[in-house]
Ligand binder design. Sequence first.
Ligand SMILES: Nc1ncnc2c1ncn2[C@@H]1O[C@H](COP(=O)(O)OP(=O)(O)OP(=O)(O)O)[C@@H](O)[C@H]1O
Length: 736
Amino acid sequence: MSDDLAAQETAREQAYVDKVYAQLAVAAGNAQALAKEGHERGRLGHEGGLVERDAMVFQAARRIAQLDAAHEGLVFGRLDLHPDLDPEPRYIGRIGLRDAERESLLIDWRAPAAAVFYQATAATPQRVIRRRVLRSDGASVVGVEDELLDAEALEETGADLPIIGEGALMAQLSRARDRTMHSIVATIQAEQDQAIRAPSRGVTAISGGPGVGKTVVALHRAAYLLYTDRRRYETGGVLIVGPSGVFMRYIERVLPSLGETAVALRSLGEVVDGVRAARQDEPAVADIKGAARMAEVMRRLARQQAPGSPTEFRLFYRDDVLQLDRGSLGRIRRQLMSQGPRNRQLPRVPGALLDALWRQVRGERGRERGRSSFDEDLLGDQRFLDFITAWWPPLAAPTVLAWLRDPELLARISEDVLSAEEQRVLSASWTAMPEQPVGRDLTVQDVPLLDELRYALGDVPDRSDDEASLSDTSLLEGGHDMAELMTAADREYAPSGRAWAPPTHKIDDDPFAHVLIDEAQDLTPMQWRMIGRRGRTASWTIVGDPAQSSWPVPEEAAAARAEATEGKALHEFHLSTNYRNSSEIYDFAAAYAQRVGLDADLPTAVRSTGEEPQVVEDVADLEAAVREAVVDLAGRVGGTVGVVVPAARRSEVNKWLASWPELGEDAAGARAAVDSTVQASGEDRVVVLTGLETKGLEFDGIVVVRPQEIEDESQTGRATLYVVLTRATQLLTTVS
Ligand SMILES: Nc1ncnc2c1ncn2[C@@H]1O[C@H](COP(=O)(O)OP(=O)(O)OP(=O)(O)O)[C@@H](O)[C@H]1O
């Protein structure tokens, strides 16, 4: 194959791609015109004008966003099929486009007609003769990579289809990594495609060892589902949950680059509307907070009397002293609590108290005035109203969680559930919590506890609720009125308000139409419960690798997972090729997994670099050795370098990095990774992370500092170290 031929083929493809971009400009112009027309209609103010305007503007805006997003690498594939089947080549792209005659110019990668692009192999060519991947920079085609799938057919038909390049996959895999994940839409492999296009029903479980593409496949699956049933998934919402904020930032560009923006991406600390927790508890604390038995502790907590609330009430009424003592108030409380979540009982509280008080009215003057006048009198009496608010206040979950600062209360509610030592560990983690904790005061492990409490407490009923029997609703803190916040189009297209409305922070708005969990092996039972509540009527995609789990009691997590997805049929997919690590690095990691007895699912790594991992041992000066390793790797790879350290050495190593002049600008990135007050820029090449923080991420080079300490740090340290050893694409060095 000559360079001339490659250049000639590239130029030919450029001509087609130019045609597609010209059509994209036409489509964008049409969408702009539609948006303008929508605005005009609104101005004319005819009947239904507003709704119509909003709907038009909304649709136009979505189309414009989609066209914008598709701009980069718009056309990436070409299929040459057997001429009997289709004499014209088919072009595959991020979106579908037709020309002025409505002829297909570009097929959306998710359309059935594009499936063969991913599924055809040399063993089963499915009438594809040649598959071509176009490499582009913006709108310019910079090269093509071909695969000949059916040599016989090529000969038979005598088609003029030259084969260029070494194959798109290898070219793609050898590229340097930056700090975000990229779409693999041009090189999805057949086994991955099956998982991506699996019908949406029940639970789709995707398993496989490190680097097999579980995350990236899951993200493409979300885009696929939106394509197949846009109305359902856009209105009901798609929730994607990953382990950490760093991970969510790592993956957040993939869906928008596929033209999809209507997906909620949340880390485990952000699953509950309105809460953003990023801090992690120490493993010893996290293991208790995540345990299934904490659900019982939270249920009991939700029933506790609010600390400092009154324990009796006295009032003179006509000839009587009316009194509710501790015992009678306790009875009323139990009776109200038996009818459902505590906050939902708010409207019933005055009635229950009035019933008990009326029974004590014996005097003639009082009895003669009658019950309804009695109710009116008391509801007009500020002392009674004050008592109600103090005795049965509307309670927010964070306030109730903060009651646990009191070790005595914790001891009371966790009797027979938590050991004295466990209570001590938990108390210590909560002593510094303020009375009204917000995001920063909570840890990621507190969030499922908070959610458990939200459900046990229930939402405070809205003013408009039928059951609200109180005339003076100023007693109740109602929810704000959503109607003001939504446009007509929001209501038209998103009945649940999920994709386009701001969060309501209400339990009713928690459920999604599809729930997708990445790194599922790490979910604690309490996290499964939290996510389960958001997916009762949803279809699910669950992605994970048990050997990478940092949760010490897998059976308990498995039971919680089964409960969260109860009644849903399970469809399993397994991925078996590692696309991340060089085979040298993965063999090293796999040997470690086997040596320490991890029951690991070992994929095959396809790419060899000839670079064996370096093991630097018995160093006298740790800083000097780490410095040498980091500088060496940063000089030899084009992309990112991760320095993975035991949690206890984090700030130490970070200080070293900041003081090494030869890293220059790169050191700023290292600082940013450990100090959340420094903003990391996208350019930072060297970052310092703990083992747990590397979950799901990847780097061109990895330096592991004192691997044995990482292993010894927690009960599941071996699995964590296995994760760390499988993060590098090119070079790996361990320093002990
Ligand atoms: N078909 C593909 N074409 C190109 N790159 C791919 C393909 N499949 C996976 N990759 C790349 O392989 C790397 C690993 O993918 P991903 O992070 O999704 O794997 P994973 O199974 O989630 O890994 P882990 O469990 O170790 O976190 C990523 O860089 C991804 O872009």
